[in-house]
Write a protein that binds this ligand. Sequence first.
Ligand code: ADP
Ligand code: MG
Length: 454
Amino acid sequence: MDKDLLWSNILEKIKAELNSLAFQTWFSETELYSLDGGIAKIIVPYAIHKQHIVNNYKDLLNKILLETTNNNYELDLVLKEDIEEDEKGSIIENFKTEEKSETYKISSNLNQKYTFDNFVVGNSNRFAQAAALAVAENPGKIYNPLFIYGNSGLGKTHLMHAIGNYIVRNTNKKVLYITSEQFVTDFVSMNKKDENGTNFNYIEFFKQKYRNVDVLIIDDIQCLGGATETQKEFFNTFNTLYEDRKQIIISSDSSPNDLKKLEDRLKTRFGWGLTVDIFPPDIELRAAIIKKKIIGEEITKPIPEEVIEYMAATISGNIRQLEGALTRLVAYSATWGCDITLPLAEEALKDYRNKGIVSEKNDVAKIQKVVADYFQISIDDLRGKKRSSNISFPRQIAMYLCRKLTDESFPKIGIEFGGKDHTTVMHSCDKIEKEIKNNKELAKTIDKLEKEIH
Ligand code: ADP
Ligand code: MG
């Protein structure tokens, strides 16, 4: 039997066994590539399909293959481009030797220190990490561009390098990590006359550097500045890469819509793929990060659990400061030649307090009161179970503000709102966050509430 016909028969049988969403998602784009030597080679669209099909439908596929062909096959799920790459291999080699003589050595600028392995995941960064990994597994395929935003020191740069390192390790794609400032510098040099007479072809260099990559990672896009010429060039670079289905990953300290100096057409494009935000870490994540750093930095001096708890509780908001505090603590104990204890930690971190880095905590109760007053409902209702929208909407706003303005974790906020599940809190935060972007009135209201709370 023709293999396409055979596969469509098999698909019919699979379809009968699954609900339509599952069939559509996992099988509608599959093809049978070959049935040789006891192996059924099946082409799937993305790497996530491989894993998911093997984990969930292996037995079903084996059964149906046996029924249809009277043979047992081992499954081999492959990506289309893997097969195309194999077939094209020799042609690519030939082509390469004919490339233009003028090639510039361009570094990927990746910092190997930052990987997925040493990125600790918690509620505040779980979504961003999952999106980053999905992109790392399928560059250019699913979320393009990937836009990561959040305050300084929360792990954006770390995640971006992790994506780049992952791609470099697992594929032969060309990756370029760059800060916006570097992009501006390169652009400015391109437009400078070659004053030194070195014949260095800046235009060619710029083109090769930015247009010749498979993955462009551009950090801190808010620093692209207001210079329209630079923005225009970035716009062109973006378009070229996007049209070629090259992966673009962007980070910023605010959401695309809040990037004040950026042209609208750029903001629009930034929203084409997936936008994810990273929140400040909650206390559990802070403690987990400290523990990971102790191992990663090979700190051999024992650090008691109570010291870790103390640090996680006092240094809040920003992971960079947390790292600084740990370094300082270790340096303290080394200088004084003493063990790390709670009194030593209190002494070592005193300066952090004095510099005002230890954030002043807002109070959930205060936020609840301000929100309840504003919407003229009772605090009991705000914390209760009523679902009518005149109550549930203020409740969602209050949850969002608690997450934003206090140091409490999602589960803890859930408890403060009458024992709600942490997923409810996350959902509310997400919903309000999204709505603020499209609803100016709401944004204004939230702004007003925030001012009142502070
Ligand atoms: P941003 O780019 O958002 O300002 P960075 O990526 O530079 O933040 O992170 C600051 C520091 O905190 C880095 O040293 C990074 O390794 C560390 N860091 C941030 N998030 C995590 C995390 N989830 N797990 C481990 N380290 C983290
Ligand atoms: Mg950064």
